[in-house]
Design a protein around this ligand. Structure first.
Ligand code: FAD
Ligand code: 2HG
Ligand code: ZN
Length: 479
């Protein structure tokens, strides 16, 4: 093992550390729920260095854990508890190339931070239309590896739709070069698609060709209160039908979510205590001075309880800040039993109407906080502990059963237990419980074919005996 670690160190020059204080922030997830250990961390500076690290690790059977901004929600970037693995942090590979405006693409290294990619695209008069609240830390590699979603998916798709090409180091140390930004390519299996959403278990993403769009000249942001998720969905349908393909974002929050953010100092946008609220963003590449007025007319006529339209960029940012602060406000409020569910869009209102009272009745005092991406059929269906209770103890005692109850209902309507955050270690047990066995067998076969030594982010996604995460209860053990 020592000589294998020596070989890994040699691959990165001075780009490594085994100092416990330096390692510490890389050994716990953003939620502070999953803790691990590692022999060291390395920061390669090039694809060649990543390949050398992987070859040395394969020779010595050293587990590797790729890490970007460490903002993931499911413990995917946290090493297990054995302390034998090496964290491969991509943060020093953060180059961003010049946008190609004819092809509408941009090549970024895996460690490039999302906000910096936004800025680079904007500086050239284009946009990279994938956005989420962790944009100041989340990296392109992490976004690819989780097939991240966020608040623009309903118009522009998830990360998978935004990828034109990709380069990655496979578990053998070989470099897969599919970086060329082809629009069409039917020359055999599209292997890069396997890397997207593989959460570091099939290889390390090193460079990505991203698909851009033309920058919007007109943006309108509004906040509306509605009576129910049914009314919210009807509003979305009306916006799309009446205004055309301009609906960039449509985010749903329950009143409790707005109140939680207000407790952290952000004033609720509406005077009315509407039980459900939506943040709407319309965007058009055309200069369209009539778009705000058209939205105002529609909101006046629709089944809406109250609404405001931002009158300035500053007001628009304030509205977005309320939505984006919700995960952080919930984290500060205590430990929640979290779920990232997707169901067919049309089934979402009925799912909420049936599941929320059932959960709150079965766990008296519990408070469901379901918010997020209504237009994608994706809600963060989180369950908070009874007010005033010890939330960590409550979640430890009840989390697994709550997760089982919710996930069973999700599966029953043809849904997914992991819409946009992935499986990581936290949900590996639940995936094994609820996934189609045919799909699981295919996943295991692919993993065995590409990573026969099992060195690439072991225990994540597919799990292994001894590492079982059921929803929110994580037990990480050695192999
Ligand atoms: P990390 O957390 O470092 O890693 C995530 C996974 O990717 C791990 O399995 C890791 O091993 C793997 N990985 C990282 N880099 C590479 C690489 N180069 N090659 C191979 N594997 C790699 N997610 C959404 O989808 N939508 C949201 O709206 C959203 N909002 C968020 C809001 C907040 C406040 C926070 C904290 C998180 C949010 N997330 C959201 C989750 C998170 O930001 C995304 O999952 C993001 O893609 C993670 O990027 P990262 O660089 O932090 O990855
Ligand atoms: C969001 O949409 C993120 O804000 C985080 O995906 C969700 O904290 C959560 O549960
Ligand atoms: Zn989300």
């Amino acid at each position: 093992m020592t000589s294998a670690l020596d070989a890994i160190r040699a691959a990165v020059g001075d780009g490594w550390s085994a100092d416990p204080a330096v390692l510490a922030p890389h050994l716990v997830d953003w939620r502070g729920r999953v803790h691990g250990a590692a022999a060291m961390i390395v920061w390669p500076r090039s694809t060649a260095q990543v390949a050398a690290v992987v070859r040395a690790a394969a020779a010595g059977r050293v587990p590797l854990v790729p890490q970007g901004g460490n903002t993931g929600m499911v413990g995917g970037a946290t090493p297990d508890g054995t302390g034998t693995g090496v964290v491969v942090a991509l943060n020093r590979m953060d180059g961003i190339g010049a946008p190609d405006l004819a092809g509408l693409t941009l090549v970024a290294e895996a460690g490039a931070i999302l906000a910096n990619v936004h800025a680079a695209a904007a500086a050239a008069g284009a946009a990279f239309p994938l956005d989420l609240a962790a944009k100041g830390s989340a990296t392109i590699g992490g976004l690819v590896a989780t097939n991240a979603g966020g608040v623009q998916v309903l118009r522009h798709g998830t990360m998978r739709a935004r990828i034109a090409g990709l380069e990655a180091v496979l578990p053998s140390g070989a470099v897969l070069d599919q970086l060329s930004p082809l629009v069409k390519d039917t020359s055999g299996y599209d292997i890069k698609q396997l890397l997207i959403g593989s959460e570091g278990t099939l290889g390390i993403v090193t460079r990505v060709a991203l698909r851009l769009v033309a920058a919007a000249r007109t943006t309108v942001v509004a906040w509306a209160g509605v009576a129910s998720p049914v009314a919210a969905l009807a509003l979305l349908q009306r916006l799309r039908g009446d205004l055309g393909d301009v609906v960039e974002s449509f985010e749903l929050l329950p009143l409790a979510g707005v109140e939680l953010v207000a407790a952290h100092g952000l004033k609720p946008p509406l005077a009315t205590a509407a039980p459900w609220q939506v943040l709407i963003e319309l965007a058009s590449v055309r200069a369209d001075p009539g778009l705000a007025a058209a939205l105002a007319d529609l909101l006046a006529d629709a089944d809406v309880l109250d609404a405001v339209i931002a009158q300035s960029e500053a007001q628009a940012s304030e509205l977005w800040r309320i939505r984006e602060t919700l995960p952080e406000a919930e984290r500060r409020d205590g430990v929640a039993v979290k779920h990232d569910i997707a169901v067919p869009v049309v089934a979402l209102p009925a799912f909420v109407a049936a599941t929320t009272p059932a959960i709150e009745a079965a766990w008296p005092g519990s408070r469901v906080l379901g918010f997020g991406h209504l237009g994608d059929g994706n809600l963060h269906y989180n369950v908070r502990a009874p007010a005033g209770s010890d939330s960590a103890a409550w979640a430890a005692a009840n989390g697994a059963a709550i997760t089982t109850a919710i996930n069973d209902r999700v599966i029953a309507v043809g849904g997914s237990i992991a819409a946009e955050h992935g499986i990581g270690s936290v949900k590996a047990g639940e995936l094994a419980r609820v996934a189609d066995p045919v799909k699981l067998a295919a996943m295991r076969a692919i993993k065995a074919a590409l990573d026969p030594l099992g060195i690439m982010n072991p225990g994540k996604v597919i799990g292994r005996d001894g590492t079982i995460g059921n929803g929110n209860v994580v037990r990480q053990r050695g192999p």
